[in-house]
Ligand binder design. Structure first.
Ligand SMILES: CC(C)(COP(=O)(O)OP(=O)(O)OC[C@H]1O[C@@H](n2cnc3c(N)ncnc32)[C@H](O)[C@@H]1OP(=O)(O)O)[C@@H](O)C(=O)NCCC(=O)NCCS
Length: 232
């Protein structure tokens, strides 16, 4: 493992806490370490996608072994969401040069999402698509350089939130369906508003988000614990 991977793994482990296990690796083609159905699932993809898909499976099996689970095939669901063994919650993300997987068996964890992005500014013309008008107003208070990374931070945080909410709601939501509130000093974010209504959305509003900039990456995590009570 490279020292930057080791560092990122420690950073993510600290963000997610002791009940969640994290594995980080550089994507490489690992076809010989995949189950036959995983190989078949990815056979027609380009080499970059084969590397990230395969490395994620290898990382996931390493993480699952650390929580006492036997190796098993991890072909995704038809909707592309990850398939975990019974009783396991987890999340996967990859970006240029890095793959991260987080899993837990803790009954206190309801759902989790992780996201990793290159720490480069969000393209300015993408800001209105990613940020709600209130989020744009908040971003606009900062200098040009800060605006760029805050845009990328909101993008990543919404992706982590999306992955966390999906197992509960099974709903594809748009970037404007959720508005986040970011505490820069605390390295944390929370849900300010989420558009859909209903019991699972009341629960999803309680997602606790964290972020960190490390080794040229922005990493975000979104966790929903059993102790989170829907707001009345
Ligand atoms: C799922 C999605 C968030 C993936 O994000 P990404 O930045 O493109 O890619 P990442 O590498 O970070 O994540 C990929 C992983 O997401 C996971 N994923 C895919 N669909 C998922 C879902 N519905 N729920 C949870 N996780 C999902 C998979 O494990 C995938 O890894 P794999 O293909 O190796 O199994 C994104 O592609 C998507 O489908 N978005 C649609 C909705 C959206 O973006 N809404 C705005 C946010 S509020």
């Amino acid at each position: 493992m490279h020292s930057s991977e080791h560092n990122l793994e420690s950073v993510l482990a600290a963000m997610l806490g002791p009940e969640i296990v994290v594995e980080v690796a550089t994507p490489t083609v690992v076809a010989d370490q995949l189950f036959p159905d995983e190989q078949q699932h990815i056979a027609r993809a380009v080499a970059k996608r084969q590397a990230e898909f395969g490395t994620a499976r290898v990382c996931a099996r390493r993480a699952l072994a650390r929580i006492g689970m036997a190796p098993c095939s991890l072909v995704p669901h038809p909707d592309r969401s990850p398939r975990w063994p019974c009783g396991v919650k987890g999340s996967i993300s990859h970006t240029q040069g890095c793959c991260v997987v987080a899993v837990t068996r803790s009954p206190d964890m309801v759902a989790l999402g992780v996201d990793i992005e290159e720490d480069t500014p969000l393209q300015r013309d993408l800001v209105p698509a990613i940020c709600t008008p209130d989020e744009q107003q908040w971003v606009d208070r900062f200098d040009q350089e800060t605006k760029g990374w805050l845009g990328k931070l909101l993008f990543s945080a919404k992706e982590a939130f999306y992955k966390c909410q999906y197992p509960l709601t099974r709903t594809i939501i748009d970037f404007h369906d959720v508005q986040l509130s970011v505490d820069l000093a605390a390295g944390a974010f929370s849900v300010a508003k989420v558009r859909p209504n209903g019991p699972s959305w009341d629960q999803v509003r309680q997602v606790a988000g964290k972020f960190c900039r490390d080794s040229h990456f922005i990493v975000t995590t979104a966790v929903l614990t059993a102790g989170s009570k829907p707001q009345g």
